[in-house]
Write a protein that binds this ligand. Structure first.
Ligand code: GRG
Length: 296
């Protein structure tokens, strides 16, 4: 990782942590357990890549950093909800996430379901709040775009295909579709959010979409490689689960060497979309190149 990217990621991760802690305040009363589980899920871990993409894309259009931070926190809440639900026994059944027990292990299944639900709804509450953007049309577009990215046309749809993957033959086309929805849709929203907040011209918004689509696939291919070649200690979660379940992935279909080559090619292709931003796109460029080298 380049020093500039390391510094920017660390600085933004700290800002996100503080924003999330403020937006998910501890609560008195009998309902406090669900808030404790939400805070457990959202605070103190993760690479914070999606919020970083929001903050960086917003910076390109001189968006007010406090407004961008709220959108960044909202997308991290949706991401954390998806991890909490994905780890449940009915889905991936994982005991460890971000180096500690999953929410249903630390609390219980019903609390984990509710914490995920409440993180998802809180995210939309944050987006719809006038503090997030002074222009109601922008707030409405953020809500609409994130709803599409997270729902059945996006992440949830991808998760459905993924759950089916254990029971039927999958080819590369369906795996691409699965990943475009499951991980790609939120990454796409993260990169577009800055353009939406900054009323960016269509051509620049399209450039960010192109970057996001290549980045999302490169990220997922690397995720599949890490499941085969990574260390549970580095990743903070179990490895080898896809193969154990006989699940088709980019690695099982392409082989590790080709998947690695493809991931690098996609990362380089992602960078080509950033030309229009000149030196301002340096952190996004470094991120794309790091995503395929990462060990966690
Ligand atoms: C339950 C609706 C629903 C969706 C779940 C995102 C997802 C869909 C499942 C997560 C399982 C998984 C390992 C997906 C592969 C890619 C991915 C999203 C990895 C986790 O994202 P990172 O690496 O995690 O950014 P951190 O912890 O760094 O935030």
């Amino acid at each position: 990782m380049t020093p500039i990217l390391a510094e920017a990621l660390a600085r933004d991760a700290e800002r996100i942590e503080t924003a999330l802690a403020v937006m998910l305040p501890e609560m008195p009363g009998p309902e406090r357990r669900v808030v404790e589980a939400m805070r457990y899920a959202a605070l103190g871990g993760g690479k914070r890549m999606r919020p970083f993409l929001v903050l960086e894309s917003a910076r390109l259009f001189n968006v007010n950093p406090d407004c961008a931070l709220r959108v960044a926190a909202a997308i991290e809440m949706v991401h954390c909800y998806s991890l909490v639900h994905d780890d449940l026994p009915a889905m991936d059944d994982d005991d460890m996430r971000r180096g500690r027990p999953t929410v249903h292990k630390a609390f219980d299944e019903a609390t984990a379901i509710l914490a995920g639900d409440a993180l998802l709804t809180r995210a939309f509450e944050v987006l719809a709040d006038p503090l997030t953007h002074g222009d109601g049309n922008v707030r409405s577009e953020l809500v609409l775009t994130l709803a599409r990215a997270a729902g059945a046309e996006g992440m949830v749809g991808g998760q459905m295909i993924d759950l089916d993957a254990e029971h039927r033959e999958m080819d590369i086309g369906i795996i691409m579709r699965l990943q475009r929805l499951k991980t790609g849709a939120l990454i796409l929203f993260a990169c577009e959010a800055g353009a939406v907040m900054g009323h960016a011209p269509a051509q620049l918004r399209e450039a960010l979409r192109g970057y996001a689509q290549d980045l999302g696939l490169a990220f997922q291919m690397t995720d599949d490689l890490l499941d085969v070649e990574g260390e549970a200690g580095d990743l903070g979660k179990a490895v080898g689960k896809d193969a154990a379940r006989g699940k088709a992935t980019f690695v099982s279909l392409l082989g590790a060497a080709r998947a690695r080559d493809q991931a690098h090619m996609l990362a380089e292709q992602a960078v080509t979309h950033l030309h229009a931003f000149g030196a301002e796109g340096a952190c996004l460029r470094d991120l794309a190149l790091w995503v395929v080298e990462r060990r966690s």
